[in-house]
Write a protein that binds this ligand. Structure first.
Ligand code: DTR
Ligand code: CA
Ligand code: ZN
Ligand code: ZN
Length: 451
């Protein structure tokens, strides 16, 4: 605030300013305060751990799990459906393998269609608890058959990828969590139960969910979910490396267990080899197989048994799962040094409502860092008039600068360090600048976030 020069009397200003300051203090945010630092933004020098290459997933191991699922179905009325003994027997088989491999397993019960359902969750100890990478598959089948492609294939491949993590004693940067869902065939009920019962703070830690439902179809296509770009790219890059063309899965929305995760804003992706839709001639040209025939003629049928699998497709997709787990699981939870900037000028009204400027962050995984750099460039005479806050995507305010009766210097060009580790990285961040004292005006020239 500036009185006209002849009227300026430090005491008066200080008194009035103090009053303004006091008022300002009454309304000041009580949110966590930033640690002000005037150092220029510097790219974080933290070394980026190189992504270790995933091991080959032995097809024979995956098929051995399928053989077990087939035997379980045969011993339990011919199916592995929700509410039937074959489902729980399938879960017990998978759980035993994971317990023996050092995973921390949890069986989550729920009720669906008056029957008890079960999800199996397996956590690999270690990794950043604030950046959880999940991979999952539904373990149940339909009542009409053993459900080997749908979805023993996804369940077996995810299991073998988890066992490969154990064999490698992988120490990923992210925390790895694997899941086998119940009652998917009744309407994605197991995964919905899991997500609906996951506290918001825990959901925010899930950096991505990878879904695998039908990945060994006998007349296979190679479809990649067109959801999170980073996940989609990870899968596409793998198949490009194999020289196998892919198509985006356009009908996947809402069709499998990734839906519950996507609905709460968690990045998702996955792979699919097709169900009852018919392979076109063009697709047969690029992938082989039979045009005019369904990708899986035994979809939801009694013939969906251990012979209803294309080994090449199952092998490629199993290896793609391992590639994604290793790649996404060992990359930095937040790649250091990424800068997001808004350089649009915004006028700051004198002694009035706050001026705001936004930056939308996307494509990142997990939470923002504990050392989020906020670079601010404001032109304003008598900067003591200004209160500056960073507002996180969920609305949490972080005070960067308080108003000050004694700070008659001009302009705010500074970098603040904010502990934003409780905030999800993706979303719209806002710089809020309020002039709380009459006279003196200015503008936001621009600002930036450095992760
Ligand atoms: N609903 C799945 C099969 C299925 C159909 N379309 C897609 C797309 C993406 C994943 C799975 C599916 C089931 O019957 O389990
Ligand atoms: Ca393999
Ligand atoms: Zn199905
Ligand atoms: Zn399925």
């Amino acid at each position: 605030m500036r009185l006209s020069a002849p009227d300026r009397a430090p005491g008066v200003r200080r008194l009035v300013a103090c009053a303004v300051l006091a008022l300002g203090g009454l309304f000041a945010s009580t949110a966590p305060t930033a640690v002000a630092a005037s150092t220029p933004p510097t790219a974080l020098a933290a070394p980026v751990p190189s992504a270790t290459a995933a091991p080959d997933i032995p097809l024979a191991n995956v098929k051995a799990h399928l053989s077990q699922f087939g035997s379980i179905a045969a011993a339990n009325g011919g199916n592995r459906a929700h509410g039937r003994p074959g489902y729980k027997a399938s879960l017990d088989y998978v759980k035993a393998k994971l317990d023996a491999a050092g995973f921390t397993t949890t069986v989550q019960q729920f009720t669906a269609s008056s029957a008890t359902g079960y999800n199996l969750i397996a956590d690999w100890p270690g990794g950043d608890p604030n950046a959880v990478l999940m991979a999952g598959a539904h373990l149940d089948g339909v009542t009409s058959g053993p459900g080997i492609n749908d979805n023993g294939s996804g369940s077996a491949a995810v299991l073998e990828s988890a066992l490969a993590v154990s064999r490698a004693q992988l120490q990923p940067t992210k925390h790895l969590r694997f899941a086998w869902w119940g009652a998917e065939e009744l309407g994605l009920l197991g995964s919905k139960h899991y997500v609906n019962n996951l506290p918001a703070a825990e959901r925010a830690k899930v950096s991505g969910y990878l879904n695998f439902d039908m990945i060994g179809s006998p007349n296979p296509g190679y479809f990649v979910y067109d959801d999170d770009p980073a996940i989609e790219k990870t899968f596409k890059d793998y198949f490009t490396g194999l020289g196998v063309p892919t198509e985006i899965e356009t009908e996947g929305d809402g069709r499998s267990d990734h839906a519950a995760f996507k609905n709460v804003g968690i990045p998702v992706g996955g792979l699919f080899t097709g169900a009852s839709r018919t392979k076109t001639s063009a697709q047969a040209q690029k992938w082989g197989g039979t045009a005019g025939q369904a990708f899986d003629r035994c979809y939801h049928s009694s013939c969906d048994g251990t012979a209803n699998i294309n080994d090449t497709a199952l092998d490629r997709n199993s290896d793609a799962i391992a590639h994604a787990v290793w790649t996404l699981g060992t990359e930095p939870a937040i790649p250091p040094g990424d800068v997001y900037e808004n350089t649009t000028d915004v006028a700051i009204p004198d002694n009035a409502a706050a001026a705001t400027s936004t930056i939308t962050v996307s494509g990142r995984t997990g939470n923002a860092p504990a050392t989020l750099k906020v670079g601010v460039d404001i032109t304003h005479t008598w900067r003591g008039d200004l209160v500056v806050d960073l507002i996180a995507p969920d609305g949490t305010a972080y005070r960067l600068k308080n108003s000050s009766a004694n700070d008659s210097a001009d302009n705010v060009v500074a970098t603040y360090t904010v502990n934003a580790s409780a905030e999800t990285a993706n979303g719209t961040w806002t710089l809020r600048v309020q002039d709380v004292a009459a006279q003196d005006t200015g503008r936001i020239n621009g600002w930036k976030l450095t992760f």
